[in-house]
Design a protein around this ligand. Structure first.
Ligand code: UD1
Length: 377
C-alpha cells in the first residue's frame, strides 16, 4: 500500500510504482499488487491531479479527502480515515514517502496494526525540531521496518538514533529518478516565452516554510528581498497557497505586483516548474527537494534557511544556506553567484536514476521471505 499525500510525495512514489511494473515484466516469479491511497492533504488540482497525470501515476485506489487543518487535526484525520482501509486491504507492507504530516500519520496506523512499514527518504535530519517535518522524520524512522536512505548523512543519523542497521538500505534518491526520467520533456514544457524570460538569465524562487512566510516580520523581509533580487535579474515566483494566503492577509500583494521584473504565478505543474528551474541562472528557495534537484541540474541554489536536512547538496552540490534574517547576506550571495561561471551538475552517490529499482530489490527479498495470503490478486 502506497500512501501519498502532498506535492513532494508524488515524484518520490511514481518511480517506485514504475520499477514494480518493470520488475514484474522481467520476472514471472514476482507479483506486486500496489494499492495507492491519497490522503488528500494536497487537494488543489494544481498541487495534486496534474502531478498524477505528468508522472503517469495511476489514479488513487482510495482518496481519503482529508484536506487542511492544524497539525493535530490533519494528522488525526489521516489516521482515522486510513485505519479502516488498512484493515480492509490487509497489505503486506505500507510504504510512506518524505516527511509530511500524512507520512507520520500513516506510519502510526501501520505500526499499531502490526503492518510492516517502509519509509522512502529516511534518515534526513535538520537538527531543528521547530520544523514540523523534522518531528515527522524522527518518529516515522523509529517506526519503520525498512528505511530507504537517500544520502550518507542519513546512515550516520540513523546509527546515532539507535536504528538497527539491518533495517537501513542506502538506495539513492527516487525524486532524482523522476527528474532523470522526465528531463528531456522539461525544456519544451517551461513557459519561458509566456513569461518573457530568456534561458540562463532569470531567477526562479519558491517559499512556503512557516518560518519564512507565516510571521509578518519574516514575510515582509522576504518580500523586500525579492524586490531587490528582481532589480538584479528577472524573477519568477510560483506562489504556494500557504504563502499566497499570508501575502493577502498581510496586505503585501500590491508591493510585489508593482515590483518591476518580478512575476508571480500560480503553483506550476511538474514539467513546467522543472523546466523553469533547469534553465534558471539561480534558484532561491526554502524547499527541501529543490535543493536536491538544482544540484543534479547544476543550477546554483540559495536556500533561505538556517539548516538543511540534505547536507550532501551543500558539500557536493550547488546549494548554499543563506540566513533568512539577513537580506544583505542573501543579496551578497546572489552577487557572488552572478559573478561566477555556471556550475557543473553534481554527481552525487547513487543519485543515478536507479534508486527505485534498488528499493524494489529490497522489497522482493523482504516480501518474498514473508508468507502471502492465498488467493490475493
Ligand atoms: C506541506 C508539508 C511540507 C511540504 C509542502 C509542499 C507538512 C507538515 N508540510 O506543507 O513539508 O514541503 O506540503 O507543498 O506536511 N492548501 C491549499 N490547497 C492544497 C493544500 C493546501 O490551498 O491543495 C493551503 C491550505 O490553506 C493549507 C495551507 O495551504 O492550510 C497549508 O497546507 P498544508 O498541507 O497544511 O501544508 P503545506 O504548507 O502545503
Amino acid at each position: 500500500m502506497f500512501v501519498v499525500a502532498a506535492r513532494p510525495n508524488f515524484m518520490k512514489a511514481a518511480p517506485v510504482l514504475a520499477a514494480m511494473r518493470a520488475r514484474q515484466g522481467e520476472d514471472d516469479d514476482v507479483r506486486f499488487s500496489p494499492f495507492v491511497v491519497h490522503t488528500g492533504q494536497h487537494y488543489d488540482a494544481g498541487l495534486s491531479d496534474v502531478f498524477f497525470e505528468q508522472l503517469s501515476l495511476p489514479r488513487p485506489d482510495r482518496d481519503l479527502g482529508v484536506g487542511s487543518g492544524s497539525h493535530a487535526v490533519q494528522t488525526a484525520e489521516v489516521m482515522r480515515a486510513l485505519e479502516p482501509v488498512v484493515l480492509e486491504q490487509r497489505p503486506d507492507l505500507v510504504l510512506v514517502f518524505g516527511d509530511v504530516n500524512s507520512t507520520l500519520a500513516a506510519a502510526l496506523v501501520a505500526a499499531k496494526l502490526g503492518v510492516p512499514l517502509g519509509h522512502v527518504e529516511a534518515g534526513l535530519r535538520s537538527g531543528d525540531r521547530a520544523m514540523p517535518e523534522e518531528v515527522n522524520r524522527l518518529l516515522t524512522d523509529q517506526l519503520a521496518d525498512l528505511l530507504f536512505v537517500t544520502e550518507r548523512s542519513g546512515l550516520a543519523n540513523l546509527a546515532r538514533e539507535g536504528v538497527d542497521p539491518g533495517r537501513v538500505h542506502f538506495v539513492g534518491n527516487t525524486m532524482i529518478d523522476a527528474l532523470l526520467a522526465h528531463r528531456e520533456r522539461f525544456a519544451q514544457a517551461a513557459p519561458l516565452g509566456e513569461l518573457g524570460l530568456t534561458p540562463g538569465e532569470y531567477a526562479c524562487v519558491t517559499f512556503h516554510r512557516p518560518s519564512n512566510v507565516d510571521g509578518e516580520a519574516s514575510l515582509t523581509r522576504l518580500c523586500g528581498l525579492l524586490r531587490e533580487l528582481a532589480a538584479r535579474l528577472p524573477v519568477v515566483f510560483p506562489v504556494h497557497p500557504r504563502t499566497r494566503a499570508r501575502i493577502e492577509a498581510l496586505g503585501l500583494g500590491a508591493s510585489l505586483a508593482g515590483a518591476a521584473g518580478l512575476t508571480l504565478t500560480e503553483p506550476l505543474d511538474y514539467l513546467s516548474f522543472m523546466g523553469l528551474v533547469a534553465q534558471a541562472r539561480l534558484v532561491m528557495t526554502d524547499s527541501g527537494g529543490i535543493q536536491e534537484e538544482t544540484s543534479v541540474l547544476g543550477v546554483p541554489c540559495l536556500t533561505l534557511r538556517e539548516t538543511t536536512e540534505r547536507p550532501v547538496t551543500v558539500a557536493e552540490g550547488t546549494n548554499r544556506l543563506v540566513p533568512p534574517g539577513d537580506p544583505a547576506a542573501a543579496l551578497a550571495a546572489v552577487d557572488d553567484v552572478l559573478a561566477r561561471p555556471h556550475p557543473a551538475p553534481a554527481a552525487i552517490e547513487l543519485w543515478d536514476g536507479c534508486a527505485a529499482g534498488r528499493i524494489v530489490d529490497v522489497l522482493v527479498r523482504y516480501l518474498g521471505a514473508r508468507p502471502t495470503e492465498a488467493g490475493d490478486t
